[in-house]
Design a binder for this molecule. Structure first.
Ligand code: SAM
Ligand code: SF4
Ligand code: F3S
Length: 474
């Protein structure tokens, strides 16, 4: 395995260089951890909490697994393929252990929670297993594993939010940051493993959220994404005053930090997004006009089996309400092809709802049965894989046409773009996003812009998934 073929530094140089990876005051570390994250943004945000816990306990972060004393893989269980990818990685990391006997390998996140001690005891792939609510115990578990004991903690909590921990930003562009506002999920969609791996829903102290966002802004960040599996059901009760904070109120408090700080959020469940949230979005210029509103299926019968608690008509009325309150808003979705018992007619309902909702973008998957979920217990996974894949491809094709049309409509418009960095293809071009979350690439030209600046860009053309433009003087 060529883990880091491009890394020309010697191990000592790399260690030295990586010693200052933290965003806090410079520190020196004797021990290093390497963390690799999979799955949703919440997992990436959790790795930053883990980094903070480890730094406090004497571990600096390194991006080179070969020099690490501790390798952690923060994992996802949402689809079988996600778990297969992780198993492959763990097998590769186990080989590093042969060359470096003291090296410890740990598994974090949803797969750790789902499989408990299986990867440690039966498969012997890891030394440490830590579920999403047990990261505070990681230093003790490392110590236990160091003496050859079994180090497992997968206890889920009803109140852990890591609200008091200041995350150490890993791989950040210094412009966009994620802030977790809640954990867990109470929804029990029948296909979904998340309620089992993340436990009951709980909301984080609103003051600590606003303080973290303000701190990021003071450090130069220009965009915050508030994260949760179901952000619209955020509800925090202040025990001191016995008053509550809703998601709309939280959104407003974050938007008020500064007009130049963009605010985004993810993910919304259609049943929970309220008019109060939509009006708050419309009221604040800096709350981005983009809503990710997973539909999963366009068939009411399938939605019922999925336990999504809405019908196709109800969902479409929600999309209409979004467009009524914010005509400029973009909407994206998650879609699952080939759920249990799905007929061609159900599938066509999904195709139709995509066109009716006119999604700017979608994340599309075929159904993957997850052990322990309601669907796995109640329904047969009866759609053959080739049918699932064919339906998924049809869904992808429809989305491609919709995205293309949406991009075509943007040609000739001027958008305010937040510069995130160089474009992937050329250092001569900047890459950024508009409020609607579309990526826009434009030439740097003679202008003196830098990362984190807002620039008005006239859209002149587009390629697959990207708008192209030039700096506008208007
Ligand atoms: N909480 C969010 C919501 O309710 O929309 C998203 C959570 S999930 C991590 C992200 C997406 O993965 C889901 O919206 C769904 O489309 C997809 N997903 C979840 N379980 C799946 C499964 N068993 N097979 C295929 N896709 C799945
Ligand atoms: Fe899973 Fe549904 Fe919860 Fe989203 S809302 S995390 S899909 S159970
Ligand atoms: Fe995956 Fe867990 Fe997120 S299952 S999608 S990492 S909550």
């Amino acid at each position: 395995m060529e883990l880091y073929a491009n890394d020309t530094k010697t191990h000592d140089e790399a260690r030295q260089g990586e010693a200052f990876a933290s965003n806090g005051p410079k520190k020196h570390f004797d021990k290093f951890f390497y963390v690799e994250s999979y799955g949703c943004a919440m997992n990436f945000a959790d790795s930053e909490v883990v980094a903070s816990i480890l730094e406090t306990n004497g571990y600096g972060s390194t991006r080179n697994a070969e020099i690490a004393d501790l390798i952690l893989v923060n994992t996802c269980s949402v689809r079988e393929k996600a778990e297969q990818t992780v198993r492959k990685r763990l097998t590769e990391f186990r080989k590093l252990k042969t060359a470096k006997p003291g090296l410890l390998v740990g598994i974090l996140g949803c797969m750790a929670e789902r499989l408990k001690s299986q990867l440690l005891e039966e498969e012997k792939l890891v030394d440490i297993v830590v579920g999403p609510d047990a990261y505070r115990t990681l230093p003790d578990l490392i110590a236990e594993a160091g003496t050859g004991q079994k180090a497992v903690n997968v206890i889920l909590s009803r109140d852990e939010t890591y609200g008091d921990i200041a995350p150490v930003r890993l791989d950040s562009n210094g412009i966009s940051g994620f802030v977790s506002i809640m954990r867990g999920c109470n929804n029990m969609c029948s296909f979904c493993v998340v309620p089992f791996t993340r436990g009951r829903e709980r909301s984080r102290d609103a003051f600590s959220i606003v303080a973290e966002c303000r701190d990021l802004f003071e450090k130069g960040y220009k965009e915050i994404t508030l994260l949760g599996q179901n952000v619209d059901s955020y509800y925090w009760n202040n025990p001191e005053t016995n008053t509550s904070v809703t998601f709309a109120q939280l959104l407003e408090s974050v938007a008020q930090i500064d007009i130049s700080l963009r605010v985004r959020f993810s993910t919304s469940h259609p049943k929970d997004i309220t008019d109060e949230v939509l009006f708050t979005m419309a009221k604040y210029y800096n709350i981005c006009k983009y809503i990710h509103l997973p539909v999963q299926s366009g068939s009411t019968r399938i939605l019922q089996l999925m336990n999504r608690t809405y019908t196709r008509e109800w969902y479409l009325s929600k999309v209409a309400r979004i467009k009524e309150i914010m005509p400029e808003a973009s909407v994206s979705a998650d879609i699952i092809a080939g759920f249990c018992t799905e007929t061609e007619e159900d599938h066509q309902d999904t195709i139709r709802i995509m066109k009716e909702a006119n999604y700017d973008y979608s994340y599309m998957y075929f159904y993957s049965e997850r052990p322990g979920t309601l669907a796995a217990k109640r329904y047969e996974d009866d759609i053959p894989e080739e049918v699932k894949k064919r339906r998924l491809q049809e869904i992808v094709d429809v989305q491609w046409v919709l995205s293309n049309e949406s991009n075509k409509k943007d040609v000739g418009k001027i958008f305010e773009v937040l510069i995130e960095g160089n474009s992937k293809k050329s250092t001569e071009d900047w890459m950024g996003r508009n409020s609607q979350n579309k990526v826009i690439v434009f030439p740097k030209g003679m202008h003196d812009f830098k990362k984190g600046d807002y620039v008005n860009v006239l859209v002149t053309d587009f390629t697959k998934g990207t708008l192209l433009g030039t700096v506008s003087n208007k």
